[in-house]
Design a binder for this molecule. Structure first.
Ligand code: MTE
Length: 387
């Protein structure tokens, strides 16, 4: 039963509600616009890896994970590419303002927006298109938004409760098993990963399949550096990733609708691409539990659901791995999941996106703006079929 001022929507059966009224929406928009105007900043640089060694830095997360970030290499970006920390932190409020987020869970919607908020094409003709309005500069998303509005179904499908439920998540000690078609299988403690591989800071755009986006400063190391050490055999063609499935810590695992454990996969050449990161921190701090402590994948040219969290297993294989979202809804979530403004999701357009903290939509860029680095991986492929 809808209460006054609430909007109820149905996605794949389950119902969820938004508790924001039209008046609140308008007020919040105006407040946000005012705050954002005061926050603009800029400094040039983007995606040229400049090997710049920083001082060794200790990190200690709330979840108990302690690690040393060694040999840090920073990846310069336009600081205007970075979403301000405050905006990152207030992502939930912003999404509410934009009417994108509802209070409850959107079942079977990777990344979190109610499916019918973002109509499939044709796109709203009043929205700016790539031709009419070139992408404005990027800004960092607020830290608070990044750590307080999460998708982590092992805890809950309610994005606003993940942070609380993951507060005491035990992410130390932690091991990652690297096995399968490799010459040197090995089980690494996270402290070995931090000490043995060059840690870098990478500022990446993140584009959710539900057409919102952020810019996040990650800390981590390239998956390629790990793969080189374990030496995939000549038969290996894919990398499969698996998340911890611990029912004592993760109440969402009781939800039998999902084929646990959460799994993801990459083709080997995607895994070797220099952009592909195993992240151990964000905003210069160890990863919080809700963001996938102590180690998660970040693949910036793909939709956010590829970024599998709290990895315990990495397996090299010769078969394309089953992924959780593709298993659940293969017509909606493909194995590749490349950001592509020309290929709509069956339930919403991918032509434009709403950057958290901005009022106007911006055009979505092919491969999320990383075409120069990754387009060659997909030459000759029909991306409408391999989506
Ligand atoms: N990894 C696991 N293990 N479980 C999940 O539910 N959700 C995915 C991805 N990785 C998810 C996951 C989705 S749908 C998104 S959009 C991102 O994590 C969200 O990452 P964030 O909460 O750090 O923004």
């Amino acid at each position: 039963m809808e209460k006054p001022g609430e909007h109820t929507k149905t996605v794949f059966g389950p119902r969820f509600t938004s508790s924001i009224s039209k008046e609140e929406f308008v007020t919040l928009i105006l407040e946000k616009a005012h705050t954002q105007k005061q926050k603009s900043q800029s400094k040039a640089c983007w995606l040229k890896v400049i090997p710049k060694v920083r001082n060794t830095k200790s990190t200690q997360s709330k979840t108990g994970h302690k690690g040393k970030i060694m040999k840090i290499k920073s990846v310069p970006v336009k600081s205007s590419e970075i979403t301000p920390k405050e905006t990152y932190l207030s992502r939930r409020d912003f999404l509410k303002q934009m009417g994108i987020v509802t209070a409850g869970a959107a079942l079977l919607a990777a990344c979190g927006a109610p499916a019918d908020d973002m109509p499939a094409s044709p796109v709203d003709p009043n929205l700016p298109t790539a031709e009419a309005a070139p992408a404005p500069p990027d800004e960092l998303t607020d830290h608070e938004a990044v750590i307080n509005y999460n998708n982590y179904y092992e805890f809950t499908t309610d994005k606003e409760r993940v942070a609380t439920l993951a507060e005491d998540f035990i992410s130390s000690p932690w091991t990652v098993e690297v096995s399968g078609m490799v010459n040197n299988p090995k089980t690494y403690g996270v402290e070995d990963l931090l000490a043995n591989f060059t840690q870098e800071e990478r500022i990446y755009r993140m584009r959710c399949v539900e057409a919102w986006s952020m810019v996040i400063p990650w800390n981590g190391f390239t998956l390629a550096s790990l793969l080189k050490e374990v030496e995939p055999t000549s038969d290996a063609k894919y990398v499969r990733f698996e998340t911890l499935a611990d029912p004592d810590q993760m109440p969402g695992l009781k939800n039998g609708l999902y084929p646990w454990p959460y799994q993801e996969g990459l083709r080997l050449d995607e895994a070797y691409n220099d952009l592909t990161l195993l992240a151990t921190g964000l905003y210069g701090e160890a990863l919080p539990g809700q963001n996938g402590a102590p180690i998660r994948l970040v693949v910036p040219w793909k939709y956010g659901f590829k970024s599998i969290k709290s990895i315990v297993k990495i397996e090299l294989t010769d078969e394309q791995p089953a992924t959780m979202w593709e298993t659940i809804a293969p017509n909606e979530y493909g194995f590749y999941a490349n950001v592509n403004p020309g290929v709509d999701h069956p339930r919403w357009s991918q032509a434009s996106e709403r950057r958290i903290g901005e009022l106007k939509r911006r055009p979505t860029l092919m491969f999320n703006g990383y075409a120069e680095e990754v387009a060659h991986l997909y030459e000759g492929m029909d991306l409408t079929k391999s989506y």
